[in-house]
Design a protein around this ligand. Structure first.
Ligand SMILES: Nc1ncnc2c1ncn2[C@@H]1O[C@H](COP(=O)(O)OP(=O)(O)O)[C@@H](O)[C@H]1O
Ligand SMILES: [Mg+2]
Length: 296
């Protein structure tokens, strides 16, 4: 019964996937998203095996997946372009100066400023690409944790140091209230991703007000709160923002993929932990991550 549907759906799915070679820079995203479509198709097909009449809803589900993919691609391209544009402007400016007078030596401070800006843009790009890779790994079930003894407080401080320029530009201050060390067995890069996502959100949606990170060390678990005093999130939106591509703000005001919280939740759950939000619109948000200190 499903076979008849399979052919037409499969053709439709293939029709989506063949776009990939036209946009080599988007192949990664298409791989991830066509996987979603494929999974969705498999589920829909299995679920509808005995209900041919449900074909319409299966088609609607596929169309929704395709539309989510298209929206994601356009946001992803936009996000990736921002640091590349800054990077190119700085490099072009350095090249212009060097071409005008090859022997001219730019003031040391001027060179340093531009190199720092190039470095920042390259760092942003690396973070974005790493995140896209992780999204693909989660979606295709290939996210394997590498656990090792780590100090959560040290990771938080490392992330804050790495975000120094962003925090300065946003006029945000971050304070950390924690014991000196909180040690557990976690995946270093992935824990860094969670903290980066939560802090980046606190900066983006935090209305330039101070941000606090609080870490509580328990016997078997550790809990970390990232607190901001920004725009907050309505009760209805709180229920959906951990979903993939779910956003509760207009794109023209705040850029973003809508995957940071989704990815963070996937990573937290892979560690056997939980992530939750408490928020009042207009007053701010608190995101709480709880992690077991050892493999559950
Ligand atoms: N600290 C916060 N304050 C207010 N809203 C937030 C906060 N963090 C996340 N959100 C809301 O949750 C949505 C999903 O967040 P996220 O997955 O990080 O995606 P993105 O930041 O790319 O939009 C955001 O679009 C925003 O509406
Ligand atoms: Mg975000």
């Amino acid at each position: 019964m499903c076979a008849g549907n399979t052919t037409s759906m499969h053709e439709k799915h293939q029709g989506v996937a063949v776009d990939a070679p036209l946009y080599p820079d988007r192949v990664l995203l298409l791989t991830e998203l066509s996987m979603t479509t494929r999974e969705q198709f498999a589920c829909v097909c299995e679920h509808d095996a005995d209900h041919v009449t449900d074909e319409t809803s299966a088609v609607a589900a596929l169309e929704q997946a395709i539309s989510a993919r298209d929206e994601f691609l356009s946001i992803a391209s936009h996000e990736l372009k921002t640091p590349v544009t800054t990077l190119r402007l700085q490099v072009q400016s350095l090249l212009r100066t060097a071409t005008r007078d090859p022997r001219a030596i730019l003031a040391e401070r001027q060179i340093m400023n531009r190199l720092e800006s190039i470095e920042r843009s390259a760092e942003q790009l690396t973070t974005l690409i790493d995140r896209l890779l992780d999204i693909t790994r989660v979606t295709t079930g290939r996210l394997h944790l590498t656990r090792e003894p780590l100090d959560l407080v040290a990771i938080v401080r490392r992330v804050i140091d790495g975000m120094e320029a962003t925090l300065r530009d946003a006029g945000c201050e971050v304070s950390v209230a924690s014991p000196e060390h909180v040690v557990g067995e976690w995946d270093d890069d992935r824990i860094e991703t969670i903290i980066t996502n939560l802090l980046a959100n606190a900066v983006k949606y935090g209305a330039r007000r101070p941000i606090e990170v609080q870490i509580d060390d328990g016997d078997d678990t550790v809990s970390m709160d990232v607190i901001d005093h920004g725009i907050g999130i309505s009760q209805d939106d709180q229920a959906r923002i951990f979903g993939r591509f779910e956003r509760a703000v207009p794109e023209r005001h705040y850029g973003g993929f809508g995957v940071g919280l989704w990815l963070s939740q996937q990573i937290v759950e892979a560690h056997g932990g939980t992530i939750a939000v408490h928020s009042t619109p207009g007053e701010g948000s608190t995101f709480t991550v709880t992690l077991p200190k050892r493999t559950p």
